[in-house]
Each structure stands twice: as structure tokens, then as C-alpha cells.
Design a protein around this ligand. Structure first.
Ligand code: FAD
Length: 292
């Protein structure tokens, strides 16, 4: 099922994100975690993709497995940074042959290793070029793109970021998923600005439940998100007690999700990080809301 069809039914829903294993030896433990998340019957599950393409096979294997065994719709991520056109075309053909319907088209993070390497064979600079490639492939993919309520770190300002976002959507995105954020007002301001700029596709808010104090540091390094004082106090008070921090982090994420549903967003994507326990707790906190 396409994500646009899922979004068209207005009742509140959750989707979960998982990441593929980096090696064959961890495949079975990741498969087990993703299957436990699939048993929760989310609206869809997304499977991430290594920026350099190293996890490409696993991304599609995990996505296939979830779809076939649990009939949960999947969203396979695909990055283009450091890829040649031939490699990307091969990956698109692989997706077509496996019947993948939903693709998240990303540039990928410029890791220090990639930045240091030889760029002469890189065929793509931006995700919008990958969106065009997917559109030209002849497959009827439902295509997602990433967006940043707090601006992508490489952008000089929000106007520039939104201008490039519009180019990406015009290249053929059917929906957008946001970077994590910890203050919903940042999302509401962003939505107002992109609608004003003529971006009309649905936006799926992405929420990262922070369940360990050191996870916050890593997440902030990656996203540069603003952390409200309310959340900082929670980490200060409970950060050194793992079970209390987990409970407080899940409660904070649950609060954010309820506010998003209450403000008319139909679907919230959870960065569940292969953690069935966290996915299950958030879903059970919202059981009556999700059944409406
Ligand atoms: P782009 O849309 O290309 O934007 C990147 C920057 O380039 C922005 O600053 C944009 O404003 C600018 N830009 C765009 N077009 C132009 C132009 N024509 N000229 C000048 N500047 C331009 N990473 C992974 O490696 N694997 C994943 O699976 C993955 N999943 C993600 C899922 C979500 C929902 C999000 C939010 C991020 C994800 N990422 C993933 C991280 C993502 O790859 C990085 O944030 C990356 O730095 C940017 O990717 P993008 O697709 O947004 O790039």
C-alpha cells in the first residue's frame, strides 16, 4: 500500500523506523527486533540505508521480510551521495523487481570518510536529483523526501532551505518526513512557512523518543535540534537512572505525539531505532487514541 493512501484516511496512526544490520552476523538479531515491531501492526515501517550504500541489500531484505510476513507496508530508504548513476539505477531496478512501492529519496549524510574520499565519480549532489531519477525509472513509486523544521545544518537560512525543498517536491515527492524535533511549535511554524511557499504535500512529523541520556547527545550532534528547558530538566533529574530516564523519555515523546494528533496531523513517525520495547510502550500509551 502506498503511503499517500495511508495518509488519506484521517484517523491517528503511528509508523516506526528501523535500521538494517551492518554485517551478516547481526542480520538475525535485527530481523527479530524488526519482526517484533511489525507485530504491533503500525501504519508502515521505514528501513534506513547506509549513506555509502553499504547496507543496501539488507535494507531491501528487511523491508521485504516485514511486508511478506506481516503485511505491514514498508518504506525503503535510498541515498545517492557518493554513488554513480549506474549504481543508483541498479538499486532502483532491484526495488522494482521486489515490488517496493514506497521509497524515501535521500542525499545521505556526508560522513568524514566520504568527505575525505575521491568525489570524481559522484553523480548526485542533492536528493532532488534522486527523486527525478526515481520518477524517470518508469516505476510508479510513492516517493518521500526529508525536511527540516529547524533548517538543514548546511543551509545558510530557512528561506534558502525551503526554496530547495520546493525544488525537491516539484521533482516528484509525494510526501515529506521531518527530522526529529523536541518542540512542536517549531513544526507548526515550519508548516506555515512551507505552505506559504507553495509546498502542499503531506508532512509526517518524526519523533525520536530519548530513553538514555547519552542518546540525546548523539541525536543533537546529528540533527542540531533545539532542546526545551522542560526536556533538559528531565534529563538532569533522571539521566543517571536508566529505568526512570526511559520512562520519562517515553512520556515526553507520548506528550508530543498527542499534541500533534490534537493539531490535526494524521500520522506520526517514530524513530524507534530497532527497539520493540519503546515502540510497544508508546503504542500502548496511545491505545485509545489510535483506535479512533
Ligand atoms: P537534500 O535534500 O539534498 O538537502 C541537503 C542540503 O542541500 C540542504 O541544506 C538543502 O537545502 C541543500 N540543497 C538542496 N538542493 C540544493 C541545490 N540545488 N543547491 C544548493 N543546495 C541545495 N541518511 C542516511 O544516510 N540514510 C537514511 O536512511 C536516512 N534517512 C533519513 C530520514 C529522514 C526522515 C531524515 C530527516 C534524514 C535522513 N537521513 C538519512 C539523513 C539525511 O541523509 C541527511 O540529513 C542529509 O544531510 C541530507 O539529506 P537530504 O535528502 O535532506 O538532502
Amino acid at each position: 500500500m502506498k503511503i499517500t493512501e495511508i495518509l488519506s484516511s484521517g484517523s491517528p496512526k503511528l509508523s516506526f523506523e528501523v535500521f538494517p544490520p551492518k554485517t551478516d552476523s547481526s542480520f538475525s538479531s535485527v530481523k527479530e527486533a524488526t519482526e517484533k515491531i511489525a507485530e504491533l501492526c503500525p501504519a508502515f515501517m521505514s528501513v534506513t540505508y547506509g549513506a555509502g550504500g553499504g547496507t543496501s541489500k539488507y535494507t531491501l531484505d528487511i523491508a521485504d521480510n516485514i511486508k511478506k510476513l506481516y503485511s505491514v507496508p514498508t518504506l525503503a530508504h535510498l541515498t545517492c551521495v557518493s554513488s554513480t548513476r549506474e549504481t543508483v539505477k541498479e538499486r532502483i531496478e532491484d526495488m522494482k523487481s521486489r515490488g517496493i512501492e514506497n521509497v524515501m529519496a535521500l542525499r545521505g549524510d556526508l560522513t568524514p570518510e566520504l568527505e575525505r574520499g575521491d568525489r570524481s565519480c559522484w553523480a548526485y549532489s542533492h536528493a532532488s536529483q534522486l527523486v527525478s531519477e526515481l520518477r524517470e525509472s518508469g516505476a510508479d513509486f510513492c516517493i518521500g523526501g526529508a525536511c527540516y523544521p529547524e533548517i538543514h545544518p548546511e543551509s545558510a537560512n530557512q528561506a534558502e532551505d525551503i526554496k530547495h525543498l520546493k525544488e525537491k517536491v516539484d521533482a516528484g515527492c509525494d510526501f515529506l518526513t521531518t527530522q526529529m524535533f523536541f518542540d512542536n511549535n517549531l513544526l507548526y511554524n515550519f508548516l506555515y512557512k512551507i505552505r506559504e511557499a507553495g509546498i502542499t504535500v503531506p508532512v509526517i512529523p518524526g519523533i525520536m523518543p530519548i530513553t538514555r541520556a547519552n542518546q540525546l547527545e548523539r541525536a543533537l550532534k546529528l540533527s542540531g535540534s533545539f532542546v526545551p528547558q522542560r526536556f533538559k530538566s528531565l534529563v538532569d533529574r533522571f539521566g543517571s537512572d536508566p529505568t526512570a530516564m526511559k520512562q520519562a523519555g517515553i512520556a515526553y515523546a507520548t506528550d508530543q505525539i498527542i499534541d500533534l494528533f490534537a493539531n490535526g496531523l494524521p500520522l506520526v513517525h517514530i524513530y524507534s531505532m530497532n527497539n520493540p520495547d519503546v515502540a510497544e510502550k508508546i503504542q500502548s500509551n496511545l491505545s485509545d487514541i489510535l483506535n479512533k
